[in-house]
Ligand binder design. Structure first.
Ligand code: KG4
Length: 338
């Protein structure tokens, strides 16, 4: 069976073709239009999706050597995300599926991030977690620890009560006048810095929940105070600031992950979402696995940030269950995981 996956929840227009659970192509057009604003501008994002969606789907089909008439279903991100952006992918999926007379499958974006671990590729030995497993989902908008019982049975054990981990990276980067998104830049600069140079506030939150707004505020104040005596403080200490911030974020994330592993007794641990591209977090997972006899699942870089391959794989599993979507269903901006 051939599935076309479409992702348009934020600022990446992406299309993927899967043959069953095997990825044949995954084409993404990122939107540079937001760079000068230091963040995603929703109206510009939806307009760029409109421009990108036809060429991106066309390129994915050509790369996979699949024609429209081969498709069995179209899976699309229904939410959560920016409503204007979601409308483009949702409307396109519906229109194309009506024209081809095939079913559509609605996909939850957060569920898709977790399910990225189930994508297989030709000639690559699959490394797929068995159920149940724990997944740390960390992106620009979410930080959650999820107990995954099945592809369609996910329970959030804990989540951020304010900022997300990626948001903390992005906002602190802005204070340092680094480009958007800040996460990848901080990751790069941190490699040259001392992670113990500065100490920032750590949250003290019950259960498995996270908080990053205190860390962000203490980072901001530390810079503001230091600038009083050294106006070029950030320039002089950029790498140390990045390394210390990254060290703190990863430590905050891993403490709750460790708590979840201990309390559930589940020794299969995955990480997903844009922040799972972070080199220190990836290393922390590998180290944790070795130290605590836990099986670790780290996504390929191309599956960390928003992509249609992860939408297609959810589409595949829902297709097997004949879990199709009504053509009248609208996209949704906010929700939790299914
Ligand atoms: O999952 P994603 O592409 O978008 C959503 O939020 O849905 O995640 C984007 C986030 C941004 O906050 C970005 O700064 C962060 O992922 N990010 C990173 C790295 N690469 C992307 N954060 C830390 N280190 C990275 N290498």
């Amino acid at each position: 069976m051939f599935i076309l996956g479409i992702e348009s929840s934020c600022d990446d227009t992406s299309a993927a073709i899967l043959k069953d659970n095997c990825l044949l192509s995954n084409v993404t057009a990122s939107q540079s239009v937001h760079e000068m604003y230091g963040g995603v501008v929703p109206e510009l994002a939806s307009r760029a999706h409109q421009q990108n969606i036809v060429p991106v789907v066309d390129a994915a089909l050509k790369k996979a050597n699949v024609s429209l008439s081969d498709l069995n279903a179209i899976a699309f991100t229904r939410g959560p995300g920016l409503l204007g952006s979601l409308i483009v992918g949702t409307s396109f999926a519906k229109g194309l599926a009506l024209g081809l007379n095939i079913p559509i499958v609605d996909v939850n974006h957060l569920q898709a991030h977790v399910m990225a671990h189930f994508i297989t590729e030709p000639d690559v030995k699959p490394h797929i977690p068995a159920f149940p497993f724990l997944c740390l989902l960390v992106s620009g908008g979410n930080s959650q620890i999820i107990l995954v019982n099945a592809y369609n049975d996910m329970q959030i054990l804990g989540q951020t009560i304010d900022d997300a981990a990626g948001e903390a990276f992005d906002k602190c980067a802005k204070v340092m006048n680094l480009p958007y998104p800040g996460g990848p830049v901080i990751d790069k600069l941190a490699k040259e810095g001392n992670p113990y140079a500065f100490q920032f506030a750590r949250p003290n939150i019950q259960g498995f929940d996270y908080s990053f707004s205190g860390l962000k505020t203490s980072f901001l104040y530390a810079i503001r105070d230091a600038k009083l005596s050294d106006p070029d403080f950030v320039e002089h200490h950029k790498c140390d600031l990045c390394a210390s911030l990254q060290y703190t974020v990863v430590d905050i994330l891993m403490r709750k992950v460790d708590k979840a592993v201990r309390q559930t007794g589940i020794r299969r641990l995955a990480v997903a979402g844009g922040v799972s591209a972070n080199s220190a977090l990836r290393k922390a997972f590998i180290d944790y696995g070795e130290k605590h006899n836990t099986e670790i699942f780290i996504p390929k870089f191309s599956y960390t940030t928003d992509n249609a391959a992860m939408v297609g794989i959810v589409g595949y599993y829902k297709y097997l269950d004949r879990d199709f979507c009504d053509f009248g269903l609208p996209p949704f901006a906010r929700t939790t995981i299914k």
